[in-house]
Design a protein around this ligand. Structure first.
Ligand SMILES: Cc1ncc(COP(=O)(O)O)c(C=O)c1O
Length: 419
């Protein structure tokens, strides 16, 4: 940025903004998605038959999605939350067993545990990360642990191998929540295909979307796939020869044909979206190296993040102000920066107050639960990571101009606030 601009008063103090243009919209949906939807309606109007669910569009979408993960089986569902619900339901977990949940995740990545009458046990993050760490999982394992959920937060892969090894020793299934990590890779392998089951959200904010809401459940096992299908559709005897009665109680989490048709178009765009986000992240990492106080959060070695957004680390001892003040000033310069990302089940009111089934305190208070019903879990590593990081909403429509604006805004704010 020209030195003169850097010397201007901060926008937060009434000075001119570094960036006045709006942040580029993603333009996620285009004519191709519209045509796919139109084609379904055209067919419906021509035949007089409404499109439904479980048809050719979903079959093709699931097939194409599985192929993108290296082969396997997928089922379309109607949200990422229900993808996690169905994934867990398909594991046939005993009620009142414990499921380890991520230190940081959307509520929808943890609530299904309690709704299935299991006990969500938040693990802490690895040091310096928002993601689950293996030692932190080990510290939460008990003889009641029946599953582990990990979430690849912001599209940065969890260090999976040690967690999978630990889980395998105990014969505990691992659910990978990939809501924020479509297209990310861990040691060359796509996330979602590493654990026992992968759960994806395809709501409109995600890398690829099936419409306003949606989700996918992925497995490499055909047997597990049929269970997943049954769990997503009221226990219908899908894939069971000669059986007609619904086999167990479950919700209707089906995706419909319209969402699947949109998802198929979107899936073809996903590689470009991920490549673009990675390129923006690389530019931003480079630009940060030119600042004194900000660095991009690193990917683990041999991993390729898909950057749902960017986490940046702030060198707080080098600043005269706290993180919130710095990030507020950055946001005032026209940069979509947010100070906090502490979406932790461990700190969430619903979990701390046991608000699941009315005022009963169930499943914790049920006499069948053998653990400590009152135990609260801390996540000090996640809190420490959040204390020195903030995030910027990069997306695939960003380019060198946005990165230059971020760098200029950081330089300006740094100039005012660095010691
Ligand atoms: C990690 C994670 N899990 C689950 C979900 C829930 O997905 P949905 O909003 O599609 O229900 C989200 C949503 O952002 C998420 O980020």
């Amino acid at each position: 940025m020209p030195d003169a601009a850097a010397k201007m008063p901060l926008a937060v103090d009434g000075g001119p903004k570094v960036r006045t243009a709006p942040w580029p919209p993603r333009r996620l949906f285009g004519q191709e998605e519209k045509q796919a939807a139109d084609a379904l309606f055209d067919q419906s109007i021509a035949t007089g038959e409404a499109f439904g669910y479980g048809g050719v569009q979903e079959e093709a979408y699931c097939h194409e999605f599985s192929a993108s993960l290296g082969g396997g089986f997928a089922d379309g569902v109607n949200s990422g939350t229900n993808a996690v619900y169905v994934a867990l339901r398909s594991l046939e977990l005993e009620p009142f067993t414990e499921v380890i949940v991520p230190p940081i995740t959307d509520p929808g990545g943890a609530m299904p545990v309690a709704l299935l009458n299991c006990i969500p046990v938040p693990s802490d993050a690895a040091v310096g990360s928002y993601n689950t760490g293996v030692d932190q999982v080990a510290a939460r394992l008990t003889d009641r642990t029946s599953a582990i959920i990990v979430a690849h937060i912001a599209g940065l892969p969890v260090d999976m191998d040690p967690i999978l090894e630990l889980a395998a020793k105990r014969n505990i299934p691992v659910v990978e929540d990939c809501a924020q990590a479509h297209g990310a890779k861990y040691k060359g392998r796509p996330v979602g295909a590493l654990g026992t089951v992968g759960a994806f959200s395809t709501m409109f904010g995600k890398h690829h979307a099936s419409g306003g809401q949606g989700g996918l459940v992925f497995t490499r096992s055909e047997q597990a796939y049929w269970r997943i299908r049954r769990c997503a559709d009221r226990g219908k005897p899908i894939g069971l020869d000669g059986v007609t009665s619904n086999q167990f109680a479950a919700l209707n989490c089906n995706m419909d044909e319209l969402h699947a048709a949109i998802g198929r178009v979107q899936l073809r765009k996903l590689p470009r979206i991920v490549a673009k986000r990675r390129a923006v992240a690389a530019l931003l990492a480079d630009a940060c190296r030119g600042t004194r106080t900000v660095r991009m959060m690193q990917e683990l070695p041999l991993c390729e993040g898909s950057y749902w957004f960017a986490f940046l680390r702030l060198d707080l001892p080098a600043l005269k102000v706290d993180k919130a003040t710095f990030v507020k000033a950055l946001a005032a310069e026209g940069i979509p920066a947010e100070s906090e990302y502490l979406h932790s089940p461990a700190l969430a009111e619903w979990l701390r107050k046991r608000s699941v089934f009315g005022g009963s305190g169930y499943p914790w208070n049920c006499p069948l639960y053998q653990g400590d019903a009152t135990r609260q879990y801390d996540v000090p590593n996640a809190v420490a990571t959040n204390a020195c990081h903030f995030r910027i909403a990069i997306n695939e429509a960003c380019g060198p101009v946005e990165v230059a604006d971020i760098a200029a805004a950081i330089a300006k704010v740094e100039r005012a606030y660095a010691k």
